[in-house]
Design a protein around this ligand. Structure first.
Ligand SMILES: Cc1cc2nc3c(=O)[nH]c(=O)nc-3n(C[C@H](O)[C@H](O)[C@H](O)COP(=O)(O)OP(=O)(O)OC[C@H]3O[C@@H](n4cnc5c(N)ncnc54)[C@H](O)[C@@H]3O)c2cc1C
Length: 335
């Protein structure tokens, strides 16, 4: 396995203006790097061989957490360690961020890098020699997706642990380029395509997240092999605002580790709004979530197992919320 990095130009802008200028003038072989915990291993495996890497680590406008105008704003360059530790960040998001990787990785990884994380697959996250021997897959410049060879798309999986809870909590993101800026709902950042999984333009930077203060309960449940470190086999976030005892409005259920984008399970959400929250309706909503989503054999463990676990994850996150306890939330999602 090649373990050294390929050669590239390294740029470290110190302002947002300089960063977007560099990206805009760079070609398609220019990439941005935040913590580099995902990007650098990919470069070592030669999944990416950019000519220029633009580090965002010195861009002060992308740092820090503040509460302003009824929303918590988190700079995309904020380390996950800082997100986990900050009392300004709503607890469900802190608990979900604490499930990403390990303390070592969270000391370097950023929240923006987590939201912009590339999709993962057993056929792409492999050493270069393995990929050559196997035949390059669609995402790797070949013409076939080895997960579903008869289909014309790439099925690599969205694996962020922060995106589902952030979507459940109605988060917006600010995108900035040299030509302007826009604020969009986080869920609109994603496309269900393993190769083009982000809808933002190449020259746009994700600068900050804005989490509105809405009266709601939210939680994230992560199923993984090992509690100490591992990507989600299935991750489920849920949120709801309670009108009165047992009746819910504005329910959101969002899955990760299943498709090439975070998946909102609208059918299960609508069912809970109509039926209210009860032990029976939660079990039924979890079943609906399981039947709405298809898994592929492209990440850890088999697709059938992960499909079985979708209703389990959804039921657990909803039950935890309904009981208004934190016991089943993110930091316990390891069984
Ligand atoms: C051992 C290990 C375990 C891991 N486990 C998990 C896990 O359990 N859950 C999980 O979610 N992730 C996991 N990861 C993946 C990764 O470490 C995290 O998702 C991390 O948050 C990525 O952040 P980063 O700052 O390092 O991103 P980087 O690697 O710097 O960037 C990731 C991608 O985002 C793009 N990007 C970064 N910032 C911006 C921005 N501001 N605007 C536009 N594009 C941007 C980069 O170009 C790159 O494509 C793991 C990684 C490792 C090495």
């Amino acid at each position: 396995m090649t373990t050294h990095l390929p050669t590239f130009d390294y740029r470290r802008p110190t302002s947002l203006g300089e960063a977007v200028r560099l990206i805009s003038s760079g070609g398609s072989s220019t990439v941005v790097m935040a913590g580099g915990t995902d990007l650098v291993p990919k470069m070592k495996r030669r999944q990416l061989t950019p000519s220029t890497v633009i580090s965002l680590s010195r861009v002060t406008e992308m740092q820090g957490i503040r509460y302003q105008d009824g929303a918590t704003t988190i700079g995309s360059g904020t380390l996950l360690r800082e997100v986990v530790a900050s009392r300004l960040v709503p607890e469900p998001l802190r608990l979900a961020a604490a499930t990403v990787a390990s303390p070592h990785v969270r000391n370097t990884a950023t929240i923006g890098g987590n939201l912009c994380l590339d999709t993962r697959c057993n056929y792409i996250d492999m050493p270069e020699g393995w990929r050559i021997a196997n035949g390059h897959c669609l995402k790797d410049g070949g013409d076939t997706c080895w997960v579903a060879p008869r289909q014309e798309r790439c099925w690599a999986v969205h694996a962020s642990d922060v995106s589902p809870i952030a979507i459940a909590m109605h988060t917006n993101v600010r995108l900035v380029s040299e030509t302007g800026e826009r604020i969009i709902p986080l869920e609109d950042l994603y496309a269900n395509d393993g190769i083009n999984n982000l809808t933002k333009r190449r020259d746009e930077l994700l600068v900050e997240l804005k989490i509105p203060s809405i009266e709601m309960r939210a939680s994230y449940y992560k199923l993984r092999r090992r509690g100490a470190i591992d990507f989600a086999l299935v991750g489920a976030a849920a949120s709801f605002a309670l009108e009165e005892a047992g009746s819910a409005e504005d329910v959101r259920i969002v899955l990760t580790g299943i498709a090439s984008a975070p998946v909102r399970v609208f059918e299960a959400e609508q069912f809970l709004v109509a039926e209210g929250l009860s032990p029976g309706s939660i079990v039924e909503a979890a079943g609906i979530a399981g039947s709405c989503v298809r898994t592929q054999d492209n990440t850890d463990l088999g697709s059938r197992y992960r499909k079985w676990m979708i209703p389990v994850a959804v039921q657990r996150v909803l039950e935890g919320l309904a009981m208004n306890t934190n016991e089943r939330s993110a930091d316990r999602g390891t069984d």
